[in-house]
Each structure stands twice: as C-alpha cells, then as structure tokens.
Design a protein around this ligand. Sequence first.
Ligand code: XIL
Length: 330
Amino acid sequence: MKTLKEAYKEYFPIGVAVSPEILRKQGVFIAEQFDSITAENEMKFDALEPELGRFEFEEADQMVAFAREHQLKMRGHTLVWHQQIPQSIFEWENGGIISREESLKRMGNHIQRVVDRYKEDVYCWDVLNEVINDGEGYLRDTKWLQVIGEDYMEYAFRFAYEADSKSVLFYNDYNAIVPKKRDKIYELVKGLKAKGVPIHGIGIQGHWNIGDHNAWNLEAALKKFARLDLQIQITELDMSMYAFSDAKTHPELKGPTYEMLKRQEEEYDAVFRLFRRYKDYISGVTFWGVSDDYTWLDNFPVKYRKNWPFLFDEKGEVKAAYSKVINFNK
Ligand code: XIL
C-alpha cells in the first residue's frame, strides 16, 4: 500500500504535528508517511520563552534535529498568538502594563531569536495566529492589540522577514472556511498585502467535524483565497467525530461507531478531492496529530472525551478513510 507522501508526491507535501515524545514512539512511521512536521506545542511563545528573556530551546531543537536526520521539512508554529504566552510578557517587573514601545521590543526580540535560530531548518512560519473574531466584530481583543494597537500585525510579519527573508510567512486561523470569518480573513490579508507587508500564505487550520459537510464551504474559501495570489496550506487537519455544539462526554462510546467512521470517510474523501483540485494553490496539508491513540481533541472542547479524528486508528493501522484518501484517479 502506498504511503501518504507517496500518494501525494505530485500534489503537495503532507505534514503532521508532533512532540518529542511522539517522535520517540512513532518516529520511523512518521518519517515513512509524512514529508513535514510541525511542533504541536514546542515552538509556541511559552515553550520557547517561558519568562521574559529566558529562552528554552531544548525540545524544539530535538524536533529540528529529527527533521534534519530524516530529511523532513519543518513548519514553524507559532510566533504571535493570544494563547500559550506568559502574561508577564505584557507586564513590567513590578507590575503594570508595559508601553507600546516596550511591547514591540519584546515581540521583536522573541521573533528575532526564534526565527534566526531555526532559519536553516524551518521553511515557513505561522507568524500570526487566530486574530480574527468568530462572531461580530473584526479583531480579537488580545493583549497584543491592547498594548500595541492594530499595527502589531504588520510588525510581526516585518520582524519575521527581517530575521529570515527566505521564510514563507503565514496568517493562520480556524473556522477559516466559515463564510463570515473567511471574508474577514480575506480582507485582513488583502490589506496587509496592499501595505507591502511580507505575507506569503494563508493557513486554513482545518479543525473540522463529521457533523458538517465541509466541502461546499471549503471550495468557496479556496476559490476566494486563491484570488489573493498567495500560498494556501491546510495546517491543522483533523476530523472530529462530534459536532462542535455537542458538549456531552459520551462515556457509552468505547470506540467509533460504524456510522461515524463512514461519515468520516466521506468527509476526508470530499476535502482531499478539493485539495487535489486546488493543488496549484495549496503548498501543504498538515494533520494535527498522527493516529487516533492521541489527539488534542481528547480534551477539547470537552475534557476526557475520546475522539478518533485521523486516518490511522489507535493501533496505528490504516482506517477506511485512508484508502479513500490515497486511492484516486488523477
Ligand atoms: C493545541 C495543542 O494541540 C494542544 O496540545 C494545546 O494544549 C493547545 O493547543 N489552534 C492552534 C494550535 O493554532 O496551536 C492548537 O494546538 C489547536 C488550535
């Protein structure tokens, strides 16, 4: 049977989010199946700079070394986000919120140190993550926005570009195919581009679920984003077994039901068909985990609720959805 990366050789690289622990456990398998890795948490702000000016690179370094050893590409995730960042980054040592200038200095220093350190190995970065509101309103009310103002977004890209002018720089978000949010993302990115901000791609996270028929919205989003003449990547693909509105824990489920697996297969089939059709715009498709034995969805949005969102089952065996994804006529 073909591996994922063999099947998509002429289309786009297939990536996966991992941790050092998962690389130790499943490293051989990962190197066989995938072209690229992303650190699920180890390159986030709080992992790399847990305290102002104190950097910890050990785990990220291990992952970079793995990528190098196995000739895998590596995506960088993520530089500027409202989550997984120590609050002290926005505070003076003796309390109180820092100034705009100080905040820009701290942001610039973080980006400079991180992007420069990995520039030989990390080919792209999610520079800006999840800054658009889901509901009403445009920008998410984050500390970055409060302290710096709207131009924090351009600064983020410019700092990254200064540190590595060859890196492919992304705006990344979830619900990116939901029309309302899609249009806000489109306007944001178009505006940045028009200002000459170095931005090269849109990351559609792709946290989808089998309760939705994703293809319709996906195609409209791909069409719209393609107009921006930037790269598009699916950066965090998983296909949850639960509708987002389902808040129950479902203790009765010891494994996925036949109906769930069937729906999941249909959704994976539908979205991959579209990815292939839009291959001229799509420069990567990355899963947010390897196999059903571990996924962040086991604890999100409902704690301790098992989920089975991938193409490989809890034993690492291929699921029916896998065959659908790798077997297609050109
Ligand atoms: C998640 C990780 O998978 C979890 O392990 C962590 O506890 C929280 O963050 N959007 C993103 C990712 O951009 O960084 C998030 O990753 C999932 C949603």
